[in-house]
Design a protein around this ligand. Structure first.
Ligand code: PMV
Length: 309
């Protein structure tokens, strides 16, 4: 029994989305989390291949993210006891880098358990289970990660009022995703933005408003196939995120390297202060932008196509 879930990247609107402004996120199928479940006589074991460890489900603290997602899923499936099985986790998604590794692992676990019991859970149900666990990882997550990963489609997302709309992408476009190699837990930058907002609400509300306008405009461009015009919006969004204090020298250097190599736009993506940045590329600029990001210090670059699939 095997289930998978893709990574994700935020196109525009991170941080502001925590404060009720819309954001757009897209799945990244080049990286994924994979969960296999096999019967096993001795209670439920969890083998994390990347961390090279095996845990007994009954030994894990109930607030441990793996224990929490298993417990919530079993309860949703109406299963009183854990299965006698070994659950093996593999993930190619770098941790704490804005690619949604936690939400993808949780999503793959929910899907694998549902499959194990011969059930099919609606993406909205999967998303809300994963959101509960994201709260353990992130404190006050907006819910965008679990949504885009559970639905596996580009989404326009707003927390309050709740809007989850999958986007049609008549003209697919391509992103280069450049890694800084710096792990940066989202909880930290989200906490720092909250403190900055508390200290100067007026300034931050207007930064968030500007991000919201960018997300709405980006949606119009994506749905009308004018994706080559997304570049300036990404550049503006990066400037606003810098003003929020969530960029860093390494992210700024990668953004500049991408733009110098001809990318139409570039910005940090996700929590910031490390993790990944994204650049809007075309057939003509792909090789140059990739090379420029690697020369500027990115340990890895993923190219991902954004489409309705
Ligand atoms: O770093 P990531 O990809 O988990 O993205 C976090 C996005 C934030 O807007 C900063 C936080 C959130 O919960 O939406």
């Amino acid at each position: 029994m095997i289930a998978t879930a893709p990574g994700k990247i935020i196109l525009v609107g991170e941080h502001a989305v925590v404060y009720g402004r819309p954001a757009i996120a897209v799945p990244v199928s080049q990286v994924s989390a994979r969960v296999a479940i096999e019967d096993h006589a001795n209670g439920l074991l969890i083998r994390s291949r990347d961390l090279n460890r095996i845990d007994r489900y009954s030994d894990l603290d109930p607030t441990h993210p793996l224990a929490a997602i298993i417990r919530l899923t079993l309860s949703t499936l109406g299963e009183a006891a854990a299965p006698k099985a070994i659950l093996t986790l593999d993930s190619s998604i770098p941790i704490a880098s804005g690619l949604g590794s936690g939400a993808a692992v949780s999503t793959a676990i929910v899907r694998a358990l549902a499959k194990y019991y011969g059930r099919n859970l609606d993406p909205a149900v999967v998303s809300s289970l994963v959101h509960e666990v994201e709260k353990i990882h992130h404190g006050t997550p907006s819910g965008i990660d679990n949504t885009v990963i559970a639905f596996e489609r580009p989404v326009f997302f707003c927390r309050q009022p709740p809007i989850i709309e999958t986007l049609s992408v008549p003209r697919p476009f391509r992103l280069a995703i450049g890694n800084t190699g710096i792990a940066s837990p989202t909880k930290n930058t989200v906490g720092d933005v909250r403190r900055a907002w508390e200290a100067d609400r007026e300034k931050h509300e207007s930064l968030f408003d500007a991000c919201g306008i960018i997300a709405r405009h980006a949606r119009t461009l994506i749905e009308s196939g004018e994706t080559h015009h997304l570049g300036p919006l990404m550049i503006d969004n990066h400037r606003l995120l810098r003003e929020m204090g969530v960029s860093c020298a390494e992210l700024d250097a990668l953004v500049e390297a991408a733009l110098n190599a001809g990318a139409l736009g570039a910005k940090l993506s996700g929590g910031g202060r490390g993790g990944n940045m994204i650049a809007l590329i075309t057939d003509e600029t792909e090789a140059r932008v990739k090379e420029s990001l690697l020369n500027a210090g990115a340990p890895g670059v993923i190219v991902s196509e954004v489409s309705s699939q």
